[in-house]
Design a binder for this molecule. Structure first.
Ligand SMILES: Cc1cc2nc3c(=O)[nH]c(=O)nc-3n(C[C@H](O)[C@H](O)[C@H](O)COP(=O)(O)OP(=O)(O)OC[C@H]3O[C@@H](n4cnc5c(N)ncnc54)[C@H](O)[C@@H]3O)c2cc1C
Length: 392
């Protein structure tokens, strides 16, 4: 059996649902395949979204998707903390299962045909990178699609990237994360970020979902890291232990996230990458839920223009950069926060705190702070709103 379509979207996450919705809305025959049986499951996310991105969304987020109000962010390193509230620091916690299902339902409403439990296995190419057919499997049966355009919205572990054989190394971070209940959260209305040897060249977090529940996780870019060990170390630092010592794991939400480009390009022939597969998240926090939706919408509309001969594939990246420059602009953080460094660990923790809390602009000469030394940086952070965390 072979099914012809205009657009075949691989992956039913935020980016895939959004691109499928936008393409179908323009009248393109669009098929969305998702390997999992259920959209939105399993969850691999800390489920935070920033309100500053709401105005860039292609459609309004219904109130019922906004599960828990977040007033600000709390940052901690060594013995120093800082709290930032309002504006760009505020947002919500969502339920990714509901969120992804909502996005998929909007795609279906526009006429998208959704195949769940359907996994992309291989691609057949005509000329270099021009896909002629996509071979998938559903319940052991083969389904072949013949699309005009293929969208790789299949996340950080993208099969599309693997089949193209263009994947770069050293591009992903790894996160161990659990939803926990019975917590005694110190700041239930703040997302908490922690920098230390429990999350080398990354960060650990507590993202509240309610007064007593939260996603708790540790990240690192080290491919050989023992994440269980890091998680143990993190939950045993006094300021965290105090909050979660009676905590119980509800579910695991671990996963990988792109820290820099996974491939040199985001267009190969008639294949277009979007969302995590295209490293379309905002650094330094690696925020991809809303960016995936925004980029998906831009791509869906762009494919419509291509189909009418009104644009050329090479312009995709330029169009994303023009319409949603935040992604490209934020990449400056990637190498500073997630790159190799010789800076002494305690000083580096404090530098991360300064960078992530916007006390130190990423364009600034970081070496200056290293040269001036630890006490100088600590004073600088305290002068800019930081405080000594008495609980340690
Ligand atoms: C632990 C963790 C915490 C995070 N926390 C946050 C956060 O708090 N806020 C935030 O904004 N971002 C967060 N992110 C990032 C965010 O989750 C991603 O950026 C976002 O999910 C990207 O959406 P996507 O649609 O590109 O990919 P995904 O959501 O990964 O969706 C890809 C889909 O493709 C499917 N798929 C894969 N291969 C195939 C195949 N061969 N055939 C068919 N289907 C396939 C997968 O099953 C999946 O459903 C976090 C990431 C991780 C790992």
């Amino acid at each position: 059996m072979s099914i012809k379509c205009d657009v075949l979207v691989i992956g039913g996450g935020p980016a895939g649902c959004s691109v499928a919705r936008a393409a179908a809305k323009k009248g393109l025959k669009t098929i969305l395949i998702e390997e999992d049986e259920e959209i939105g499951s399993p969850i691999q996310c800390a489920e935070g979204i920033g309100s500053y991105l709401f105005s860039l969304m292609p459609f309004k987020i219904p109130k019922k998707q906004l599960k828990w109000k977040i007033d600000g962010m709390y940052f901690w390193a060594n013995d120093i903390a800082i709290k930032k509230e309002g504006g760009i620091w505020s947002g919500y916690s969502i339920d990714r299962k509901d969120w992804d299902k909502w996005l998929a339902s909007m795609a279906i409403k526009q006429g998208v045909k959704l195949f769940t439990g359907t996994r992309l296995l291989s691609l057949k190419f005509g000329n270099k990178f021009e896909v002629t057919s996509a071979i998938t499997t559903k319940s052991g049966k083969k389904i072949v699609f013949e699309p005009k355009y293929v969208i790789g919205a299949d996340g950080v572990d993208s099969t599309v990237l693997n089949l193209l054989d263009v994947r770069k190394t050293d591009s992903t971070g790894h996160v161990k994360s659990y939803e926990m209940k019975n917590l005694k959260l110190e700041y239930p209305r703040c997302d908490q970020l922690f920098f230390g040897e429990f999350a080398p060249r990354a960060y650990a977090y507590i993202f509240p979902l309610s007064e007593t529940t939260a996603n708790v996780g540790v990240g690192t870019v080290d491919d050989d890291a023992n994440l269980d060990d890091f998680f143990d170390r993190f939950v045993n630092i006094p300021s965290v232990k105090k909050q979660i010592s009676k905590g119980k794991v509800v579910s695991e939400k671990s996963g990988d996230a792109p820290i820099r480009e996974l491939s040199n390009k985001i267009v190969y022939g008639n294949i277009f990458l979007v969302g995590d597969a295209a490293n379309q998240n905002i650094k330094p926090f690696i925020e991809g839920n809303i960016p995936g939706v925004i980029c998906g919408d831009i791509l869906g509309n762009f494919i419509y223009d291509l189909a009418r001969g009104k644009d050329t594939p090479e312009r995709y990246e330029e169009i994303i950069n023009n319409k949603f420059s935040l992604i490209k602009d934020s990449q400056i953080y990637a190498d500073i926060v997630y790159g190799e460094t010789n800076i002494e660990r305690r000083l580096f923790n404090l530098l991360l705190l300064g960078l992530m809390s916007d006390i130190i602009p990423p364009e600034e000469d970081i070496d200056r702070y290293v040269e001036e030394g630890y006490d100088f940086l600590r004073d600088h952070i305290i002068k800019n709103g930081g405080f000594v965390e008495k609980r340690i």
